[in-house]
Design a protein around this ligand. Structure first.
Ligand code: GLC
Length: 588
């Protein structure tokens, strides 16, 4: 009871501080300016893992087309599709050898046209991945570039001639030696690759490279695609004298790579030449971008991008360093503080995004929820409630709508991701602790998020009639779309209901966000307020019953959604069951 009063006082203070800062605002915040891309819900499809139509074990465009009615039934508005362009697949399509062709495993350009048509007929927009920090070493540009120092394409990439000595250290994400310079014998020079050796970085200092990129963007936009998700876009600009790294960035290479000298000039030029000419949506992958720099990318007056993904939620609960490990010491109040901080960044300008999973992360329910049998269902629903009640454009990763969970491989031979495989090789060479590494990867590896979609309980979960490129999670026997469709209380049907709620409550899109009871270790609670309407969201992140105090002036009203059957309201507070999630009206 004592704790209840303390929490009440704290919550009142938090709320009144929130109000006074709002009162200081004279004009309506720019973020209240309505735009279709602020109101949409995005569904991310990793095409290799979604649906295989021809039995080669790899998902493809025809497979995706066959599931468009399912996607429509979710209530989402946009599909973001990971790369489907021609690629030798060193990094599953993030190494592109022809930006204007479709990878044969995925299908043909005619399949692509049919896909786009099928989406548009259903009122679904398509956002494509734009991977232009680097291409594949099989791209004609690189083949030309590496063939001779005087070749016309030489300056499409970053070369360091061997006679200048060893180039200054740059880290690589996927290289076995974490060395971003690779020596190429043909011309006795090193080329730069922030990612794998088969992903040479393009030289954006060269205006011809930028024109090539703008040309390929127009090619897809003129076909009718509705926007781009821009892969590691903050890394495109580099100081091409390659000075030694400043001491403050040692070890923190994403932050250093995101601060190139001409980055914002390039984005403004891209905006002038391409983006401003179309009605589209843009989202940058904001690797390394900190709150201080956020508005440089998305302040409407600067005319660069509309939104980007920051990494502070996906980094939460992970020990950083070259290899990733889970860190169980992270507490819920830290996570809430991250959401609160990023909401404030876009309170008056720009606009945010929210995601809890993607193809580079392990499964949402395994990381932020609890995938053990008693809690998987409720915690997945709770996380969908979070995603769909934030003041930001929500991105939902395929399979999360049915609560797919980590597969947790224990054998390195089961992995397909070059990041895990190359880290393993490096650690082995260095004599590191391989058992600890594998235990960590079982929780954080990207392949956890890439296992095939679980359509039914049958062979290979209905994903393929062949051998799947990555193992199917054995839990498809119970976790699959077919079963979820039949159960009115499934995660899938809750997700649909939650999307409908977001669509009928503008406060959930545009309303002001105020965190309540910030230090509460078990409950994430906040209000969303717009034009006199206030909604309260309370989410339990605990396996125990937990309470949250409400400001004394609040009167809880109608319960709009609840992931459990028990009502949580008690007097002036809420008593939540484990992983309970509710959205309520609040009266004054
Ligand atoms: C981005 C992609 C990731 C890819 C990397 C290199 O982080 O999301 O999948 O491996 O860029 O392109």
């Amino acid at each position: 009871m004592k704790r209840f009063f303390v929490l009440t006082i704290l919550a009142m203070l938090a709320t009144s501080c929130g109000n006074s800062s709002a009162e200081r605002q004279s004009a309506a915040p720019a973020s209240l300016h309505k735009a279709w891309w602020k109101e949409v819900v995005v569904y991310q499809v990793y095409p290799r893992s979604f649906k295989d139509s021809d039995g080669d074990g790899v998902g493809d465009l025809k497979g995706l087309i066959s599931q468009l009615d399912y996607i429509k039934s979710l209530g989402v508005d946009v599909v973001w599709l990971n790369p489907i362009y021609a690629s030798p697949n060193d990094d599953n399509g993030y190494d592109i050898s022809d930006y204007r062709a479709i990878m044969p495993e995925m299908g043909t350009m005619a399949d692509f046209d049919a896909l786009l048509k099928g989406m548009h007929e259903r009122g679904i927009k398509l956002v494509m991945d734009l991977v232009v920090n680097h291409c594949s070493d099989d791209h004609e540009w690189f083949k030309q570039s590496r063939s001779g120092r005087n070749n016309g394409y030489r300056d499409y990439f970053h070369w360091w001639p061997a006679e200048k000595g060893t180039p200054p250290k740059r880290w690589s994400f996927f290289d076995e030696e974490s060395n971003a310079w690779h020596f190429d014998r043909t011309t006795e020079a090193y080329y730069l690759h922030y990612f794998s050796r088969k992903q040479p970085d393009l030289n954006w200092e060269n205006p011809k490279v930028r024109q090539e990129v703008y040309g390929l963007m127009k090619f897809w936009l003129d076909k009718g695609v509705d926007g781009f998700r821009m892969d590691v876009i903050p890394f495109i600009s580099k100081d091409t004298t390659f000075p030694p790294l400043p001491a403050e960035y040692n070890g923190n290479y994403p932050a250093y790579y995101a601060k190139g000298p001409h980055l914002h000039e390039f984005l403004q030029e891209m905006n002038r030449e391409v983006l401003s000419k179309y009605d589209l949506m843009t989202v940058g992958e904001g690797a390394g971008v900190a709150v201080e720099d956020a508005l440089k990318f998305v302040d409407e007056d600067r005319k660069e991008l509309q939104t980007f993904f920051h990494f502070e939620v996906s980094d939460w609960g992970r020990r950083k360093g070259d290899f990733m490990y889970p860190d169980s010491s992270r507490r819920l109040p830290d996570l809430k503080a991250v959401f609160d901080k990023w909401d404030k960044v876009f309170e008056h300008k720009g606009w945010g995004t929210v995601y809890l999973g993607n193809h580079d992360q392990s499964r949402m329910v395994s990381r932020y929820g609890n995938d053990t049998p008693p809690y998987r269902d409720s915690s997945a629903k709770m996380l969908h409630t979070l995603l769909l009640t934030m003041r930001a454009t929500p991105y939902i990763y395929f399979g999360d709508e049915i609560g797919m969970s980590n597969i947790r491989f224990t054998d390195i031979r089961d992995y397909r991701d070059l990041a895990t495989i190359n880290y393993y090789k490096r650690l082995k060479k260095e004599g590191g602790n391989l058992a600890e590494f594998l235990a960590g990867q079982a929780e954080v590896s990207r392949d956890n998020g890439r296992t095939p979609m679980q359509w039914n309980a049958g062979l290979n979960a209905g994903f393929t009639r062949g051998t799947p490129w990555l193992k199917v999670n054995p839990n498809h026997a119970t976790i699959n779309v077919e079963g979820a469709e039949k159960d009115p209380n499934s995660i899938l049907n809750y997700f649909r209901k939650m999307i409908r709620l977001r669509k009928t409550e503008p406060a959930l899109v545009y309303g002001k966000f105020d965190l309540l009871d910030a230090e509460n270790p078990d409950v994430f609670a906040y209000t969303r307020s717009l034009e006199g309407r206030t909604l309260l969201v309370a989410l339990s992140f605990s396996t125990k019953g937990s309470s949250v105090a409400l400001p004394a002036r609040f009167k809880t009203g109608k319960l709009l959604i609840n992931n459990l059957t028990e009502s949580p309201v008690q007097g002036n507070g809420l008593m939540l069951k484990p992983y309970q999630a509710v959205v309520l009206e609040v009266g004054k």
